[in-house]
Design a protein around this ligand. Structure first.
Ligand code: HXC
Length: 292
């Protein structure tokens, strides 16, 4: 869809870029000529991804071990990146989520998700934004949201609330920072199955076994290249007048049936207990690899 060098000269940070959707977008940015920074809590995973992507496409992927819930650590990372030259783009992709009846979520559980999605996305946007403004640099910010920002997310309430907040950040800062040439848009993907998300949203169903036929007007889930193309379009030169928008890419699932987890209302307490056990197992495995 794009010329091979459409992102030549761009410098883009993808938060949570070591795995999942973040890795997909990072790969396309690299392939299309950008220098790519990825950050996350697991340095080993980030370094493996960087080596894999550079092995495939050449170019440069730089990794940063950081927990975006820690504002000072975020600012230090962005300071270090900008010392070598300003970023031209940021993708707020890092997220935390798990399905749960809201009555069973502890304050710490809420904070774990809101800390990453709501606070963390703002910290990174702020750390970049103030440097872009001070230096007179134009830039593009993309935040990865979900269609639940429009109709609510039963059983994913901390995520839905936090992403709705980032949707308002997108609209607000698009207006406030438009005069600096800083654009903010967001993507609201429907299901694009990845290991990390499916272990927490569909425990027991492997990402590659989910064909997404049920509830989808198109009879399928999203394909990664479709998401990557939209993420590249929003980063490339040529759509400078497009800002403050959140674009759904869900095959009209949200329009057809809400696109959220309302159907989990039918689960029994026992089924929920099994799910929570599986989710905690996945969290535990990931935590063992953390460096930040
Ligand atoms: C209830 C749970 C729980 C569960 C964890 N907790 N799992 N509560 N049900 N299934 C509670 C814990 O008991 C604890 O509270 C609190 O959450 C913090 O848990 P930790 O594991 O200590 O937190 P932490 O290590 O910081 O991990 C954060 C996390 C984890 C959000 C819980 O899942 C994570 O790191 N996720 C990152 C990757 C991810 O989630 N990817 C999916 C994104 S999908 P107590 O009170 O017991 O101490 C997405 C939307 C996609 O964002 C949309 C698709 C359509």
């Amino acid at each position: 869809m794009f010329k091979d060098d459409v992102l030549k000269g761009k410098r883009i940070l993808v938060t949570g870029g070591g795995t999942g959707l973040g890795k997909e977008m990072a790969e396309d940015y690299l392939r299309l000529g950008a220098t790519v920074h990825i950050c996350g809590r697991r340095k080993g995973v980030l370094d493996e991804t960087a080596a894999e992507l550079m092995g495939r496409h050449g170019g440069k992927v730089i990794t940063h071990s950081v927990d975006i819930r820690v504002a000072q650590a975020v600012d230090e990372m962005i300071e270090e990146i900008f010392a070598a030259g300003p970023l031209t783009g940021l993708v707020n992709n890092a997220a935390g989520n798990f399905i749960s009846p809201t009555k069973d979520i502890s304050p710490r559980g809420f904070d774990a998700i809101a800390g990453i999605v709501f606070h963390g996305s703002f910290y990174v946007t702020l750390a970049c934004g103030k440097r872009w403004i001070a230096g007179g640099h134009k830039a593009s910010v993309i935040s990865i949201l979900t269609t639940w920002i429009w109709n609510g997310g039963p059983f994913t309430v901390p995520s839905a609330m936090s992403k709705a907040g980032i949707n308002v950040m997108t609209q607000s800062l698009a207006a406030e920072w438009g005069r600096y040439g800083i654009r903010l848009n967001a993507i609201a993907p429907g299901p694009f199955p990845t290991k990390g998300a499916w272990e927490r949203l569909n425990p027991g169903l492997a990402a590659d076994e989910d064909k997404g036929r049920e509830g989808s007007p198109m009879g399928r889930n999203g394909e990664m290249h479709e998401l990557r193309n939209l993420a590249t379009f929003l980063m490339a030169d040529g759509c400078e007048y497009l800002t403050g928008q959140t674009i759904a890419i869900d095959g009209a699932r949200y329009n057809a049936n809400g696109g959220n987890f309302y159907n989990l209302s039918k689960l029994t307490d026992e089924q929920w207990a099994d799910m929570a056990e599986m989710i905690r197992g996945a969290n535990e495995k990931d935590r063992a690899k953390r460096t930040a």
